[in-house]
Design a binder for this molecule. Structure first.
Ligand code: PRX
Length: 666
């Protein structure tokens, strides 16, 4: 029912006329100070990529310099060939060696203690060097060697960051599983990666309750399974004092092992192309793909992009609210951020515990300067109301970032005004697990932003919107988003599945990386993501990006959040159905009908008649994955009345399907 957009007939009527240049005061102190400077640097980086990336690689730590910047046999890239380095050395040890050992590297804030006091731990770069050395020795004592896959299934506690960096220290390959995933996810990933070691915790705190984790590991490793035969050691951090049963000969306490471990463990000299980690994409369909990243290229790209996108300076207090179980946490809480000599905040709990102003309280108390979150969180904050934000002094903030999905212009404006007080550039960063780091983003001191657009390509990145033959489509026409040139942090493959790697990323447009997203580029050279290609729907011959219709709906003052899906229609081929969460209680009867009409009229005015949904439903909630992405597949099934007996294992709130059924009937 949906297909890749063909060029030429894509409907795109969302026209944004609000522009926000960075202030002169911000630009003056920024790494990149003007759009002219960006354009010159970008043009050079595309014309002479190897010279450009060599320069950026020289900002990182190397035991031995590379012999060759790039070896490119499409689709296989090797970066900084012959170079020897280490991600942990670049993130941690280097800072100690350069005299920044006493700077706080990780500032961890847990859920509040029972007496309401915040629980905070500060680890300096020196502390991190010591702890990762001990943990690395602990892993060695369990038989872990370079190249072995270590599975990590943990809550957001400092030991999680330590575990990642310790793997990096000895060249073990980590495979982090988000703590919200089930036993099945652990089993599948342990087996896919042939992993012998699991690091976990008894549980984590969320809204005052223990979320048990060790139980899920035990379930995943139940006798008889392949996973059970593979795993020889499970290391258990004690976070919640729940004393879970320990399997003799297999399970050991983190504290006891760490107490025995020596704190001397120099970083292993790894080849630039050695595998750094595997991270499984959450993928709404099919078996998750183990995305592989290599040490050197990932290091160079993430360190550079963290510096440029957030304009990081030594001493910044930077907070990324993602979980380390996602790529955002890997790249922009740990590996890209720490090389910039900043304090990275790590938060354990929920945004509404103990109260809905939790985030603003943390920003105020720790004087956060750079803040990075997701549109879904911003829309939730909008719904909770600006009074909660206004109660706090957020004057320390300098840059606001967003990632994960297109941000609706209304949410962008709210973020800018209410959180940033109009003085913090907003960086809407587009990228993917597969790209490792930012690909399209404003640079805060250089780019004039416009709500809803992730603006321009990062330095060194050659993004384009093309048709199936690889030709660029005209301005403002939708097409396939591609990257035309290799980049250092590109995925090196799908773990154990060469065909899937080729088929998913390299078979749609000859010679180019296809991201799976639809996009358009406007007359100013700004990119607009239209959503996953699968979410572009052909209505009466027009390709409609559901994201744009959602933005149209959210720009009505009554609508807090919206999701749009297509469903089969006799006349039009497909029609659109909209699900809206309101900012107020759901009106019923004639009042409800009148509001629906008004909202649809508003969309007609904003986007034109072809984009107006045929059906509109009010709902209390939307089905979301645990990383906050709307599961449109489920909504589509609800609209067509398909019995919902399907796999909803990645769904955050399983009761949601009943609520939706009510919304559709009501
Ligand atoms: O569809 C795009 C959307 O998220 C996808 C990548 O998801 P994942 O690998 O889980 O990584 C999320 C964090 C990087 C993309 O293909 N996406 C991500 N960022 C944006 C976005 N869509 C629009 N605007 C963004 N800024």
């Amino acid at each position: 029912m949906s297909q890749a957009p063909s060029s030429g007939n894509v409907q795109s009527n969302l026209h944004e006329t609000r522009f926000f240049p960075p202030s002169a005061e911000f630009s003056k102190q920024a790494h990149i100070k003007s759009i002219a400077e960006y354009e010159a640097l970008h043009a050079r980086s595309i014309a002479q990529p190897e010279a450009f990336w060599a320069e950026k690689a020289a900002d990182c730590f190397w035991f031995k310099k590379w012999d060759k910047v790039l070896e490119w046999n499409s689709p296989d890239a090797k970066w900084f060939v012959g170079g020897k380095t280490n991600l942990c050395h670049n993130a941690v040890d280097r800072q100690v060696e350069e005299g920044h050992g006493d700077l706080v590297a990780l500032l961890w804030e847990g859920e509040p203690m029972p007496d309401g006091r915040p629980e905070v731990r500060r680890l300096t770069y020196k502390d991190l060097q010591r702890e990762t050395s001990k943990c690395a020795n602990m892993l060695k004592s369990l038989g872990v060697k370079k190249g072995d896959v270590v599975t990590i299934y943990m809550p957001m506690v400092p030991e999680l960051a330590i575990a990642l960096l310790s793997c990096a220290r000895i060249g073990a390959v980590h495979s982090v599983i988000f703590g919200g995933f089930s036993a099945q996810a652990i089993k599948d990933r342990v087996e896919d990666g042939q992993s012998k070691i699991v690091i976990t915790a008894d549980g984590g705190w969320r809204r005052g309750k223990v979320v048990a984790l060790k139980d899920a590991v035990d379930e995943a490793l139940k006798a008889g399974s392949e996973a059970a035969n593979l795993v020889t050691s499970v290391v258990v951090v004690n976070r919640c004092n729940t004393n879970p049963p320990m399997v003799a000969g297999r399970d050991q306490a983190w504290d006891a092992l760490m107490a025995k471990a020596s704190d001397v463990c120099p970083c292993e000299q790894l080849d630039s192309e050695d595998l750094a980690f595997v991270l499984y994409t959450s993928g709404s369909t099919g078996k998750p793909k183990g995305i592989m990243h290599a040490v050197g290229g990932y290091m160079v790209h993430t360190a550079m992009t963290a510096k440029l996108s957030f304009d990081l300076k030594p001493g910044d207090v930077y907070w990324c609210t993602a979980d380390i179980g996602w790529i955002t946490g890997h790249s922009y809480m740990i590996y890209g951020v720490l090389p910039n000599k900043v304090t990275s905040i790590m938060y354990e709990g929920a945004p509404d515990a103990p109260a809905q102003d939790r985030f603003w309280d943390i920003i105020e108390r720790h004087r956060v300067t750079k803040f990075y979150t997701a549109p879904t969180a911003i829309r939730t904050f909008m719904k909770w109301g600006r009074e909660l934000v206004d109660k706090h002094d957020l004057s320390s903030l300098r840059v606001l970032g967003t990632v994960g999905e297109p941000i609706n212009p209304e949410a962008w404006i709210w973020y800018n005004e209410v959180v940033g007080h109009g003085r913090c550039p907003i960086v809407d960063t587009w990228w993917q697990t597969e790209t490792g780091g930012h690909m399209l983003t404003p640079l805060p001191g250089a780019t004039t932003t416009t709500p809803g657009s992730c603006t321009r390509p990062m330095l060194g990145i050659d993004m384009a919107v093309v048709d199936e033959t690889g030709r660029e489509v005209p301005v403002n026409e939708g097409g396939i988003l591609v990257c035309r040139k290799p980049w250092p942090s590109m995925l090196r493959g799908v773990f154990g599945n060469r065909e899937r790697f080729i088929e998913t990323y390299w078979s749609k447009v000859p010679g180019m990386y296809t991201a799976g997203d639809g996009a358009r580029k406007d007359e100013n050279g700004n990119f607009w993501i239209m959503g996953r290609i699968d979410d572009i729907i052909i209505v009466a011959g027009h390709n409609i990006g559901t994201m744009e219709v959602e933005s149209g709906l959210v720009s009505h003052p009554a609508v807090a959040e919206a999701a749009v899906v297509g469903y089969p229609h006799d006349v039009k081929g497909n029609a659109l159905a909209a699900f809206c969460i309101l900012r107020r209680a759901i009106p019923t009867g004639a009042e409800g009908e009148a509001l629906k009409k008004e909202i649809l009229g508003h969309v007609r005015k904003e986007l034109g008649p072809t984009s107006v949904p045929d059906k509109i439903f009010f709902t209390e909630a939307l089905p979301k994955t645990r990383s906050g992405k709307i599961m449109r597949r489920l909504l589509k099934d609800v609209v067509v009345g398909k019995a919902v007996g399907q796999d909803v294992s990645t769904l955050d709130d399983r009761g949601i399907l009943d609520k939706l059924a009510v919304a559709v009937q009501g």
